[in-house]
Design a protein around this ligand. Structure first.
Ligand code: UT7
Length: 339
């Protein structure tokens, strides 16, 4: 009984704080691929791609730009922006949908690359909603006193899992990484997450078959990612704004309090539709990095946030609305204070 009481006291004393993003960073592979190059392998044209998706370029990683390496480079920048070093990191959550090793986890390899010795490390799979899901977990790990500084890393090599000859996906996705350091704060810096899964569309974005099916069969097709684009598009046009509305309400703020909108970058038309449906004031900075980066899945939100911050388009302390959505169909949204 006495031991239980001291445990209760100990937990109470460490769980009365808030958390916030202390710094962000990003990494883009050097290889920039334009629409013309993509069209060499699919029946399409560069103007169609730009008109239907907003995408003009994307980055494709070289062999040595692995997910742990790109994640570590983005993380170094986020740590440096926060005035921290890898030894300050107690936990790394790495979200990805394109890591092709089951073991060791990408987060563990990222910890090794970063030199964050001893940090806890785990991968989180929620496809393109991975970053906003991970941020929700990091927020509570810090707020409840479990961890001091949690590194949230989104890193993708979508070029490994997308078929360059599939005209419904080849032009959309890109590679890269983004990271955010979450640490303790006196005021709330990350609002409650609003999240869920719409399993009516479970198969709308999926790996075509299990790796088990192609095992030992040299003639088997690689299990590429498949997407029912129009189905996801129609869903996103309605759902993203609704989830954002709920996230604003959960944080007790309105669109008039928001200075920037950084949704997952899937298609500029989805971003524009959400801006319109939410009636965001014209003064709100809106991320449209999908134009240059394509859809970088779990990395897109931190990449976009870092891009806006580096350009001086989001001031430190500004309220930013974020929302992720993707395969599942999974979604999550929250309001955050910019670092
Ligand atoms: O990150 C996870 C979440 N993912 C998303 O949010 C992706 C959501 N989906 C989309 O962004 C859009 O659906 C796409 C950009 C993938 C496609 O745009 P769309 O406006 O939905 O085009 P569509 O698939 O409805 O195709 C329209 C037309 C069709 O021709 P018809 O039937 O009108 O004659 C297609 O055959 O465009 C044709 N088409 C193409 N034309 C040139 C389809 N793909 C291509 C192509 N190039 N690559």
């Amino acid at each position: 009984m006495g031991r239980m009481k001291s445990m209760t006291q100990r937990i109470r004393s460490s769980s009365s704080r808030f958390s916030r993003i202390l710094g962000v960073g990003s990494y883009r592979p050097g290889n920039v691929v334009g629409n013309e190059e993509i069209c060499a392998l699919i029946d399409s044209d560069p103007e169609w791609i730009e008109k239907r998706s907003g995408i003009r370029t994307r980055h494709f990683a070289d062999a040595d730009e692995t997910i742990p390496v790109m994640g570590a480079r983005a993380a170094e920048k986020a740590l440096s922006a926060a005035g921290l070093t890898p030894s300050d990191v107690s936990c790394v959550i790495l979200c990805t949908m394109s890591y092709l090793y089951q073991a060791p986890p990408a987060a563990a390899a990222c910890v090794a690359e970063l030199g964050a010795r001893g940090a806890a490390a785990f991968d989180l799979g929620a496809a393109c909603a991975g970053f906003s899901h991970s941020l929700a977990v990091a927020r509570d790990l810090v707020a409840c006193g479990q961890s001091e500084h949690v590194l949230v890393v989104g890193a993708e090599r979508m070029s490994d899992i997308v078929d360059p000859r599939d005209r419904s996906t080849a032009f959309i996705f890109g590679d890269g990484a983004g990271a955010a350091v979450v640490g303790p704060a006196d005021e709330p810096g990350i609002g409650p997450v609003v999240w869920g899964t719409d399993t009516e569309h479970l198969g709308a974005i999926r790996q075509s078959r299990s790796f088990a099916e192609v095992r030992g069969d040299p003639l088997a097709r690689w299990p590429f990612l498949e997407m029912a684009g129009p189905e996801v598009f129609r869903w996103a046009i309605g759902a993203v704004a609704e989830v954002c509305r709920q996230a604003l309400a959960a944080s007790g703020v309105t669109v008039r309090d928001i200075e920037a909108f950084v949704p997952h970058q899937a298609n500029v038309r989805i971003v524009d539709a959400a801006v319109k449906a939410l009636r965001l004031p014209a003064s709100v900075e809106v991320a449209r990095t999908v134009r240059e980066d394509g859809n970088v899945s779990g990395a897109s939100i931190p990449l976009a946030l870092d891009t806006l911050a580096a350009a001086g388009r989001v001031r430190p302390g500004a309220l930013v609305l974020t929302a992720g959505f993707g395969s599942g169909l999974s979604y999550s949204a929250q309001v955050v204070v910019a670092p």
